[in-house]
Design a protein around this ligand. Structure first.
Ligand SMILES: [Zn+2]
Ligand SMILES: [Zn+2]
Length: 678
């Protein structure tokens, strides 16, 4: 009897006809080891500590059947990751330690895993208690694989083959860190070979694709493989059964292409892909894939694993302390919120630091995060991490006037105008690809078609000719041509010392207090005024409600400028300072210029009559007075960052209109002096 039972169980284990494998996957975790937002200093959804809880519960429910995978972009992307790479240097890297504690079975590197350089990635690979796989990363010059092309993991009777691919875009974005060390092959070629090889040794073939499903590449693909090609796996002769997609930060719950199943969990470990695979073996045949069911499990409500949290505690505490350190001072709040609509001091500060450091005439760059900015007192490192969240280094290129125009035209595609003239944001272009160029003067004319929107382009008050030559500071990412800026990809690089831009900003803050009045502002705007207003509206830049005076007493705050020396570059900062002072006073304000003759030529303009609109400004040489009529109280309030000195005659206007800030178009100011506040 006993031997019969033994024989039966032996029979069952040797030849089961069904089996079950549970694939659990994350991708684009970007440093979220802990469930903490270090910039806001509070608990956050997502994080590997929560993933650990999900994995633990699946392992309890499906013992011996779970395979935990990651599709790349793990080691970079938040303060926790930046601290480990640049400051803490703990061994093992706490992010990899978290992966070890979760119990990952395999992972593939993403493009951002190379951001800290190859030695840092190799340290992480060495710390990992699980194998990394990649079929298209090769060492140079030996042309040997950086890590195994694939691994076969046993789950019960099933041989689960896992391979990985990294988008060739990494050679564009991190070219300097890879050159002479790593070659990234085209994914399609590597995939065809690898899947065919895996079929011989695997019952279930899984691909970790750090490459989106399909779509145009965000870089010039000449000599480089395409960026997002995971969809092509479905049409290959040897195909995978399941693809875990990464890189594109999209979400794919459970989708079939050809006969291949695709899933993509949310970035930042906000969700985990769970794929149940039923395997069947018909009598006398090999194992086959039966039913597949994919789902995404949100980690938002999941309690973080206490064990993993405790192990990460020292690193977590160190990062909190690091981001909370004071790195500088600002005399007034400088928010980035308006940076994609108008001249914004904090953006100009960042660009000007880069321009000066590189010794360039121009500096180009985007506003990464509209929630960023510095407070009007102590600046902490977390403010900088929000202002400049990426691990880019500073470079400068030599470009022609024609390339500069092309560059700005590319950027100006950020705005979409429909047939009815309605303006919206081009949602196929991320906000961080809308670059501003500091040091040049230009209008973005939204009446013009794409490719012809840049008007009145000048550098140093001289119109730009196509054959002109300029040096322009930019970050390493943009210099590679990323984001559709291929016109700079082959421009000669005249500055590249591998300096991290965020650290340069921090150094600048250590030298002096940040003062919006002393920021060299840029000089661009959206035209016509209606288009500008529409863009302002998109960004919630509304006219502030004006204070109402009580009775016949009126408190006025008067801002005066004097000593005009024709300095144009501080206008935006000046206006910004006046605006914030006006807002704090909550009283009507006047902006007066007392430098030289206050002729008040604009005196009779709209202000006096209480009509809205922009008055005329007389411009002359140094010391010429500025008489301006802007919007009256009836016509609206101050737009942040706009407006400047008003002429003496506007006093009448203020009284007539019941008080309010005088606003004139920034471009109409041609003279400016030192600011005196009274
Ligand atoms: Zn990513
Ligand atoms: Zn990526």
């Amino acid at each position: 009897m006993l031997s019969l039972l033994f024989a039966a169980s032996l029979f069952v284990t040797q030849a089961p006809d069904t089996a079950h494998v549970v694939l659990v996957a994350t991708t684009d975790v970007h440093g979220r080891a802990t469930a903490w937002d270090y910039l806001a200093d509070r608990a956050a959804p997502g994080g590997l500590t929560r993933v650990a809880t999900v994995v633990d519960s699946l392992r309890r429910r499906f013992p011996g059947q779970v395979v935990v995978l990651d599709a790349g972009d793990m080691l970079q992307g938040n303060a926790f990751a930046a601290y480990q790479a640049r400051q803490g240097r703990r061994q093992p890297n706490p992010i990899v330690e978290a992966m070890n504690l979760v119990g990952y079975d395999a992972a593939t590197p993403g493009n951002h895993d190379f951001d800290w350089g190859l030695p840092e990635l190799e340290r992480a690979l060495a710390d990992a208690a699980f194998p990394y796989v990649s079929a298209n990363l090769f060492r140079v010059p030996s042309d040997s694989l950086l890590v195994s092309a694939f691994r076969v993991l046993r789950r019960g009777p099933i041989r689960v083959g896992v391979t990985g691919f990294t988008t060739p875009g990494v050679t564009v974005w991190d070219g300097d860190r890879l050159r002479g060390r790593i070659r990234v092959g085209r994914i399609e070629a590597a995939a065809g070979r690898t899947f065919a090889a895996m079929r011989g040794s695997s019952d279930l073939v899984v691909a970790l694709a750090h490459s989106g499903v399909a779509g145009p590449s965000s870089y010039d693909t000449t000599g480089v493989g395409a960026e997002d090609v995971a969809g092509t796996f479905a049409t290959m002769k040897a195909r995978p059964d399941v693809v875990i997609v990464g890189h594109s930060h999209d979400e794919i719950r459970d989708s079939t292409l050809g006969e291949v199943r695709y899933v993509q969990p949310k970035p930042y470990a906000a969700s985990v892909a769970v794929v149940h695979v039923d395997m069947v073996r018909p009598p006398g045949r090999e194992w086959q894939v039966g039913r597949i069911r994919g789902e995404l499990v949100s980690t938002a409500e999941v309690t973080p694993s206490a064990v993993v949290e405790q192990r990460l505690r020292p690193a977590h505490d160190a990062v909190r302390e690091w981001v909370g350190e004071a790195v500088g001072m600002a005399i007034a709040p400088m928010p980035a919120a308006t940076g994609r609509a108008m001249i914004t001091p904090v953006v100009d500060w960042m660009l000007d630091v880069q321009r000066r450091r590189a010794g360039a005439t121009l500096a180009a760059g985007p506003v990464f995060d509209l929630r960023a900015g510095v407070p009007g007192d102590t600046i902490h490192r977390r403010d900088l991490l929000r202002l400049y969240p990426y691990e880019n280094t500073l470079r400068a290129v030599k470009i022609s006037g024609a390339q500069l125009k092309d560059y700005l035209e590319r950027s100006a595609r950020y705005f979409r105008v429909d047939a009815a003239g309605r303006i919206s944001i081009n949602d196929s272009m991320p906000g961080y690809d809308f670059d501003l160029v500091h040091g040049a003067r230009y209008d973005i004319d939204l009446r013009q078609p794409i490719g012809s929107r840049i008007r009145n382009l000048a550098v140093g008050d001289r119109p730009v000719a196509p054959s002109d030559s300029f040096t322009m500071a930019l970050d390493s990412h943009r210099q590679s041509g990323a984001g559709g800026y291929s016109m700079v990809a082959h421009a000669p690089v005249v500055y590249d010392r591998g300096e991290w831009i965020r650290e340069l900003l921090e150094e600048d803050l250590a030298r002096h207090r940040l003062d919006p009045l002393h920021v060299v502002t840029s000089n661009w705007r959206i035209v016509p005024a209606m288009a500008e207003s529409a863009v302002f509206k998109i960004y919630g830049i509304e006219s502030e409600p004006l204070p109402v005076s009580r009775g016949d007493s009126l408190l006025l705050r008067v801002f005066g400028t004097a000593g005009l020396h024709g300095r144009l570059e501080s206008v935006g900062a000046l206006a910004h300072a006046m605006d914030s002072l006006a807002a704090r006073c909550e009283c009507p304000t006047l902006r007066l210029d007392g430098g030289g003759a206050v002729t008040g030529r604009g005196a009779g303009g709209g202000a006096a009559t209480g009509r809205g609109g922009t008055g005329t400004v007389t411009a002359g040489g140094s010391g010429m007075g500025v008489g301006a009529a802007g919007r009256t109280a009836a016509g609206g309030g101050a737009r942040p960052g706009r407006g400047a000195a008003g002429g003496g005659a506007t006093l009448g206007g203020a009284a007539a209109g019941g008080g309010g800030s005088r606003i004139i178009s920034l471009r109409q100011i041609r003279v400016l002096g030192r600011l005196a506040l009274s």
